[in-house]
Ligand binder design. Structure first.
Ligand code: FES
Length: 347
């Protein structure tokens, strides 16, 4: 469900990024309380067409939540262009309650974030909350950006370093500037991480790894960690951009006629699934309140429990393997393999 929230503040973060803060009225404070690492979906309608995007919350989680997100301009991005060029203080934007499982509820331990570009946004909330609430916790941030001018939240990260010099460690790479200066590329790719991480940290003493950024960076970091012996259960990932060539599951034979039964907010219905369309689109034709944001297999907003039948998912960058094993699917990426499929969005 979306809530209209007023824009309280807009700050320029980098040459192509802003931070937008929303005013949360007292009656919605509980709704908008977030776990560090979560995101919110924003919605606007242009010429009768609805645009939804998810943006991560950058502020620490506190009892008096400040709802602030980082938005970077994406080439021909309908929402980010609007946010950077038109959005003004006092405007109203429709906002969904925080969601997402790329989270760290503060606990003692040593944690690491490996981020690229705007991937810093949720990790800033994770590190800020952890260090403020857990005097025994430590955080190491490895970040990769193109240039200093494009680096988001420079001040906020420097502030963490000032406040927690013993417990917060940062390694910054500027890939483009280092290349231009004729130095070896500072990109945090798989090979660099495999040599850098053991020199920097005691790998098997790390309690959790948080990887966030473009698809290539996250995949490379995951391969490096697996090669260094880090168990899959210690690695958490969130992908911001999907390259066009990102893998999709091989197509399976689809039944000639299929139906989807969906339960949403306690009400159920059964509808036909048209050739090639996703289960989410089939449900949306009949229930406009079905939850979604990215429709790209990234945000996890459309997560549903597969009650019966079989489906094939095109791609999944949002669900952890234990959620898939437990029977959860992304409705926006799912196509029926059996004639009848039943989903439950309430579980
Ligand atoms: S709507 Fe984002 S993963 Fe399906």
């Amino acid at each position: 469900m979306f809530h209209p929230l007023r824009v309280r503040e807009i700050e320029r973060l980098a040459d192509d990024a802003v931070a937008v803060t929303f005013a949360v009225p007292p009656e919605l404070r509980t709704t908008f309380r977030h776990t560090p690492g979560q995101h919110i979906a924003l919605r606007r309608t242009v010429d009768g067409q609805e645009i939804r995007r998810t943006y991560s919350i950058c502020t620490p989680a506190t009892d008096e939540p400040v709802l602030r997100v980082g938005i970077r301009l994406v080439e021909s991005g309908a929402f980010s262009t609007y946010a950077l060029k038109e959005l003004a203080v006092g405007d109203t934007v429709e906002v969904m309650a925080p969601a997402g499982r790329f989270t760290l509820a503060p606990r003692p331990g040593h944690f690491v974030g490996i981020v690229g570009g705007s991937g810093i946004t949720p990790v800033l909330s994770i590190a800020g909350t952890l260090l403020a609430q857990q005097p025994d916790a430590r955080f190491c941030l490895l970040r990769s950006d193109r240039t200093a001018a494009s680096t988001m939240f420079l001040e906020e990260v420097a502030d963490l370093k000032d406040r927690y010099p013993e417990r917060f460690q940062i390694v910054q790479s500027l890939s483009r500037e280092e290349q231009q200066a004729g130095l070896p590329s500072g990109r945090l790719d798989e090979a660099r991480l495999r040599s850098l991480l053991p020199a920097l940290l005691k790998i098997d003493a790390i309690d959790g790894w948080y990887l966030c950024g473009p698809h290539g960076l996250v995949q490379g970091a995951e391969r490096a960690l697996r090669a260094l012996g880090v168990p899959r259960t210690h690695i958490h990932e969130e992908i911001f951009h999907i390259d066009n060539g990102a893998p999709t599951a091989p197509a399976a034979a689809a039944p000639a006629h299929s139906t989807v039964t969906a339960t949403l907010d306690g009400r159920s219905g059964t509808w036909p699934v048209h050739d090639g369309e996703s289960l989410l689109d089939a449900v949306l034709r009949n229930r406009a309140d079905a939850p979604y944001a990215c429709k790209g297999g990234v945000c996890g907003t459309c997560r549903a429990f597969l009650v019966s039948g079989e489906i094939r998912m095109d791609r999944n960058f949002a669900l952890e393997s234990d959620e898939v094993d437990a029977g959860y699917v992304l409705a926006c990426q799912s196509h029926p393999v059996t004639e009848q499929v039943e989903l439950d969005f309430d579980r």
